[in-house]
Design a protein around this ligand. Structure first.
Ligand SMILES: [Zn+2]
Length: 255
């Protein structure tokens, strides 16, 4: 950089180097407006997790306090190489933050992706070790063990503590498991709306579906799966739609 600056000061005749320096200076001037055009995050929401905390009106009476136009992005079931990489790159390009509910065995298999999530500023949380389908169909003891094994695997992959948030596979909770999570100070995340991305559909159809729901509800905890190619394919247009329609992304972190 100092060489570039010196060339400007001395006013040397236009050389290829100087032309390149001018082009670079021009690009630098564009940075502020490009940054403004990115989606970003409008605020950080500190989510309480002590005692019984359950959020998301698809399953629970309460949800997180969001204003009109505010959305929380959540991605379940990763990380998987390729698809999760792409999701992280797209979110990074928009300078925005999400919460990832990971499957412990996927985290153990791909710890570099967990670390990338953390270094990119995302929130990482537990979605069980093996994604039992569902927790209601296995014993309480097995379900508890799967939750705790998931937590340990993700913490180990992350190399640090993770958010005390939990989401049940298929939102299939049980009273005893909810009590355990309340007693261990972990907030339970349901969702307020989703893209139904477990159903196979074209990315364009999925975009239309989720945006029509969002335009109606105007706010909420939004569920996606970073393991679904159609979701990953839709994501650039989805993020562009959020921007165009002035939705704002809220980043959830533990209180
Ligand atoms: Zn899941």
């Amino acid at each position: 950089m100092s060489r570039m600056t010196d060339e400007f000061k001395t006013g040397t005749p236009r050389s290829p180097t100087r032309r390149r320096a001018i082009a670079l200076a021009g690009a630098a001037l564009l940075v502020p407006s490009m940054a403004q055009a990115r989606l970003g995050t409008s605020r950080v929401l500190r989510v309480p997790h002590h005692g019984r905390q359950q959020f998301g009106q698809k399953s629970y009476a309460e949800t997180l306090p969001l204003a009109e136009g505010e959305v929380i992005l959540t991605f379940d079931d990763g990380p998987v190489p390729g698809l999760t990489d792409r999701v992280l790159s797209l979110l990074e390009a928009e300078n925005t933050r999400a919460t990832f509910f990971l499957i412990g065995r996927n985290a153990a298999a791909h710890p570099h992706l967990v670390r990338r999530m953390i270094s990119n500023g995302h929130t990482v949380a537990n979605h069980t070790m093996t994604h039992p389908w569902t927790m209601r169909n296995i014993s309480h003891e097995r379900a508890l063990a799967d939750i705790e094994a998931g937590e340990r695997a993700i913490v180990q992959a992350a190399g640090q503590g993770i958010a005390p948030f939990f989401r049940f596979p298929g939102f299939a909770d049980t009273p005893c498991l909810l009590e355990h999570l309340a007693n261990t100070n972990r907030a339970v995340f349901g969702a307020d709306l989703w893209a139904s991305d477990w159903n196979t559909m074209a990315p364009g159809a999925q975009l239309q579906l989720v945006m029509s729901r969002l335009r109606r509800q105007r706010r909420g905890i939004l569920l996606f799966h970073d393991t679904r190619p159609q979701t990953v394919a839709m994501l650039p247009d989805f993020l562009a739609s959020l921007k165009r329609e002035n939705f704002r992304v809220v980043h959830t972190v533990p209180a």
